[in-house]
Design a protein around this ligand. Structure first.
Ligand code: PAF
Length: 260
């Protein structure tokens, strides 16, 4: 696996690539959820590319950005084991030569749910994803359904801006308890981790969104939202100082999970 940081070096390398190109953008600190995307991407394309870039513009708190775990060597070893051909690992100053004065914003979906609780997050996320897609120019780019609103926005941006890359959603990878895999899970205590699995269990229940929220709060979560839209049931809740999000395919009329 070749690791490339400089933009000019990357562009030279990219110009020489032939065959179908798959891409998984990440912020590193990889877990099984990322590896599922990487495996599918590796299987479906001639050339497999991953990126690791901790994007400063999508963090709401500068301290979260500073404290985000950066474990490049461990991540690179995992990616190499999965047969990735190229790891693109640019610097923030190189990715933002404009000092973030040029931004991509969406004015509908991005204003709901996560957009309310994390102002500016989606603008930072869309801006970096567009930059990465422009630099990598993949045939297919893979995103996890755990961040469902993010996936919807990237798909919408790709269609609106006529991007040539196909945006492919991949199912959420879960622990045996049902807890969605996330880099943040490592910050949960063992007791919190058991409790966190209730988020997925309750999302699947026939209770109303409001009842699910009440149950979560009664258990000790600080719930931001539980709602059913886009054919999904989605929730965000704090457990201690860890913010968890999850969603499942959900049939509103029949009030049950459309898939497990
Ligand atoms: O989902 C993520 O890890 C990030 O939002 C992404 C898509 C890599 C953009 O920074």
């Amino acid at each position: 696996m070749k690791i490339v940081s400089g933009i000019a070096a990357w562009r030279d390398l990219r110009a020489g690539m032939r065959g179908s190109i798959g891409f998984v953008p990440t912020m590193g600190h990889l877990h099984e959820g990322h590896l599922a995307l990487v495996r599918r991407m590796r299987a479906e394309n001639d050339i497999a590319i991953a990126s690791i870039f901790v994007n400063p513009t999508q963090f709401n708190q500068p301290s979260d950005y500073e404290q985000y775990r950066r474990v490049l060597e461990e991540d690179a070893a995992l990616l190499e084991k999965e047969g990735i051909d190229y790891l693109f690992h640019p610097d923030a100053k190189d990715m933002y030569p404009d000092d973030y004065t040029i931004r991509i914003s969406e004015t509908e979906i991005s204003k709901e749910l996560e957009g309310i609780h994390r102002p500016g997050h989606f603008t930072g996320m869309l801006t970096i994803v567009l930059k990465l897609l422009n630099l990598v120019r993949p045939d297919r780019a893979y995103f996890g359904e755990k961040d469902y609103q993010q996936y919807l926005l990237i798909k919408k941006m790709a269609a609106a801006l006529f991007l040539p890359s196909e945006i492919i959603p991949c199912p959420t990878v879960r622990e045996e308890s049902g807890l969605a895999r996330s880099s943040r899970n490592t910050r949960l205590t063992p007791v919190q981790k058991d409790m966190a699995a209730q988020l997925h269990t309750l999302l699947q229940s026939p209770l109303t969104d409001q009842q699910v929220q009440q149950k979560l709060d009664a258990m000790g979560f600080d719930t931001e939202y539980v709602t059913t839209q886009w054919g999904r049931r989605l929730a965000a809740a704090w457990l201690g100082d860890v913010r968890l999000i999850d969603n499942i395919a959900y049939n509103k009329e029949e009030k049950h999970a459309a898939v497990s």
